[in-house]
Ligand binder design. Structure first.
Ligand code: NI
Length: 256
């Protein structure tokens, strides 16, 4: 099982230990995600050192408006995107929860630039969308999406899920699908076909039930996968096979 979106640098400690703990429970492939130039570079270096890790590089939508020189930061992200261990451009997108009106122009400019980089390097676009569903789709429609798009930590409802599936996007579900009070996103999972589904931790955030309160890490992916099997009514092995194949299609192969 792959973890399609994790931040081992934020989890802290020895990333090698986290990678081993994950492999011990069958989570044998990770996508390590950068949120600015420094963490993107760190992600590429980790992917160079571990065959089970590939990298995603980007300026996070909340970081984009804080760049002293956005153009220069985007140039550095683009330089990293050319690295063979980089398989996705992300996380990028729109976040209207943490970024106010004053930062939105820079955020959207950065999102458009990341879409262009994903297309130039034929990489998967990994989208962060917080309280911005309609505008994320608007910008993608205006720019024309790259061939492969993943909605990271899918947070929409049933209708938005169907909208994304119709466009050929993959929906990546995080620990939130294990939360009893996350009704909308749990319903979204029930209408998502297995061939459009991915799973992620977004570690160290969004720890699945029943371990909420401790930091999340890739070894906890099995809890989220079981929740997806319960919600969809699909056989657990079938869910694992589908998600693994989807991740290879988007990010793979992991091993040279
Ligand atoms: Ni993230």
């Amino acid at each position: 099982m792959p973890d399609s979106h994790t931040h081992l640098d934020f989890v802290g400690g020895d990333p090698g230990g986290q990678i081993e703990a994950a492999a011990a429970v069958g989570v044998d492939r990770l996508v390590q995600v950068g949120v600015d130039v420094d963490t993107s570079r760190w992600s590429v270096e980790l992917a160079e050192q571990h065959a089970s890790v590939v990298a995603a590089v980007a300026l996070h939508p909340n970081d984009a408006p804080r760049q002293a020189d956005l153009d220069e930061a985007l140039r550095q992200i683009e330089a990293l995107a050319a690295h063979p261990r980089v398989r996705a451009v992300g996380e990028t997108g729109l976040d209207y929860f943490r970024t106010g009106e004053d930062g939105r122009a820079a955020q959207e400019e950065s999102f458009r630039a990341h879409i262009a980089i994903a297309k130039r390097y034929n990489l998967t676009l990994m989208i962060h969308d917080r309280d911005a569903h309609a505008d994320v789709l608007r910008v993608l429609d205006e720019e024309g999406p790259p061939e492969r798009v993943m909605m990271h930590c899918f947070s929409g409802d049933r209708e938005f899920a169907l909208d994304c599936v119709k466009r050929g996007f993959l929906l990546s579900f995080a620990g939130t699908v294990t939360f009893a009070n996350a009704r909308a996103v749990r319903e979204a999972a029930t209408v998502t076909p297995l061939e459009s589904m991915l799973v992620e931790t977004d570690a160290p955030f969004l720890t699945p039930t029943p371990y909420r309160g401790r930091p999340n890490a890739p070894y906890l992916i099995p809890l989220t996968v079981r929740a997806l099997a319960d919600l969809t009514g699909a056989d657990l092995a079938e869910v694992c096979t589908a998600i693994s194949a989807n991740a290879e299609r988007l990010f793979g192969p992991w091993s040279p």
